[in-house]
Design a binder for this molecule. Sequence first.
Ligand code: F3S
Length: 62
Amino acid sequence: MASVKVDKKLCIGCGACASMCSSVFEMKGGKSVVKKAKVSGEEESCAKEAESSCPVGAISVK
Ligand code: F3S
């Protein structure tokens, strides 16, 4: 089980997280919003992929 956070100040709204992991992230008003703050299994893996793909390092999964 991991906790997912998006730093809204860093997010530039690229949308990579929402497109690769739509059950955890969604775009609202041009920024990423966490739909599910506690993830496990497949959602945890895609959230971690999103974390490493975010161009500005705005996502933390731990
Ligand atoms: Fe924002 Fe990074 Fe997602 S810039 S939209 S948190 S991939």
